[in-house]
Write a protein that binds this ligand. Sequence first.
Ligand code: 0O2
Length: 207
Amino acid sequence: MQDMNWEVFLAPYGQVVEELKVKLKGMRAQFQYESRHSPIEFITGRVKPTSSILEKAKRRNIGRNHIEEEMQDIAGVRVVCQFVDDIYTVIDMLKSRNDFVIVEEKDYISQKKESGYRSYHIIVKYPVETIHGEKNILAEIQIRTLAMNFWATNEHSLNYKYAGQIPDKIKSRLKRAAEAAFKLDEEMSQIRGEVQEAHLIFQHKKK
Ligand code: 0O2
């Protein structure tokens, strides 16, 4: 794996991340043009750093020749929504598209992870044009609320700080925080209509 030209290997992944971001931002803009509540609040994306690819390959016992087909999150795009219902609107919109194929879905919302992590992951096979022809690239689209994102970002930083060995005391606090974030999402869903109306009035005023 040492001799691998990572720049060349990762180039199509970078292109997929950029293309998916443009397309998802386009979806968000269409809602805004029509003065409708956008189920998408914001979008981010990244290509997994080489060090993380190597670490995951080692942990999962994935050989060099199998990274492409076995590592599904080298290209990653994150869609952050205001409300839990928006997540399902985004999922439906993704399912109705025909510019990529969905190969797997991971519902960590109804089945939260042991850490407390909640999010909906969709793995897609995305055809990207290269100078050598079409190449199908696996990409992971994570869809989550602002509250889930807040939690996941903080937990991710703590995991990094403690090299994956978060002390038990902090772990249990994180679990409590995950439940609080879930409660917040539930409460916000109850007043969703009011919040959306307020946002539209505010946007209209800005124009
Ligand atoms: P980064 O920095 O986002 O790239 P694995 O990657 O082995 O944990 P799997 O099954 O290959 O698991 O993929 P899965 O479950 O879809 O998770 C991949 C990504 O989901 C992670 O990528 C995180 O972004 C996110 N994720 C999954 N579980 C957790 C969690 O408990 N806490 C947080 N904060 N994020 C999680 P990376 O590579 O870990 O990070």
